[in-house]
Write a protein that binds this ligand. Structure first.
Ligand code: RB5
Length: 149
C-alpha cells in the first residue's frame, strides 16, 4: 500500500491489453482507485479511441493521472499530447518516469506493451507516482510547451 491514495485512469488497445491489466492489478494492490476505460478484449481496436477518454478524465480531474498502453506506446502518446492540458510521457525506464514528474509535471504515462515487461512497467509506474513536481524554473519551460499556430 502507498501512503497516498490516487485515482488513476487506464486505457489500452489490444496490443497493450495484457500490460494494462497487470498495471491495473498492481495499482489496486496499492490502494489506488482505478478507472479502467478498456479495452477489455483481445479484438483489434484503434488506440485513439482509448487514449482520448483517459485524457478527458485527467483534464476534468476525475483522475489525477492517466496511463496508456499500446504496442509501442507511441500512438497513445501522440494522441494524448494533442490535448492542451496533457503532458504524456512515453518512457521505458524508471529514471525518465521520475524526471517526467519532477521536471515536466507529466500527468500521463504511455508505455509499450510489446517493448517492456511487466516488472519494468510496474517499476515505472511506481517511480512516476512517487515523484513530485519541482516547480521553479520548470514552470516557465512548461508554459512554453503551449500549442503553436
Ligand atoms: C497495433 O498493432 C499498434 O500499431 C499499436 O498498438 C501501437 O503500437 C501504435 O502506436
Amino acid at each position: 500500500m502507498t501512503d497516498q491514495t490516487l485515482t488513476l485512469a487506464f486505457g489500452a488497445d489490444h496490443a497493450g491489453l495484457a500490460l494494462k491489466n497487470a498495471l491495473v492489478a498492481w495499482a489496486q494492490t496499492q490502494g489506488h482507485v482505478v478507472h479502467d476505460l478498456g479495452t477489455h478484449g483481445t479484438e483489434s481496436v484503434d488506440y485513439p479511441d482509448f487514449a482520448h477518454p483517459v485524457c478527458r478524465e485527467v483534464e476534468s480531474g476525475a483522475a489525477r493521472f492517466g496511463v496508456l498502453v499500446c504496442g509501442t506506446g507511441l500512438g497513445m502518446s501522440y494522441a494524448a499530447n494533442r490535448h492542451a492540458a496533457i503532458r504524456c510521457a512515453l518512457v521505458s525506464e524508471t529514471t525518465s518516469a521520475r524526471l517526467a514528474r519532477q521536471h515536466n509535471d507529466a500527468n500521463m504515462l504511455a508505455l509499450g506493451g510489446r517493448m517492456i515487461g511487466e516488472e519494468i512497467a510496474i517499476d515505472i509506474l511506481r517511480s512516476f507516482l512517487a515523484a513530485t513536481y519541482e516547480g521553479g524554473r520548470h514552470d516557465r519551460r512548461i508554459a512554453k510547451i503551449a500549442p503553436q499556430p
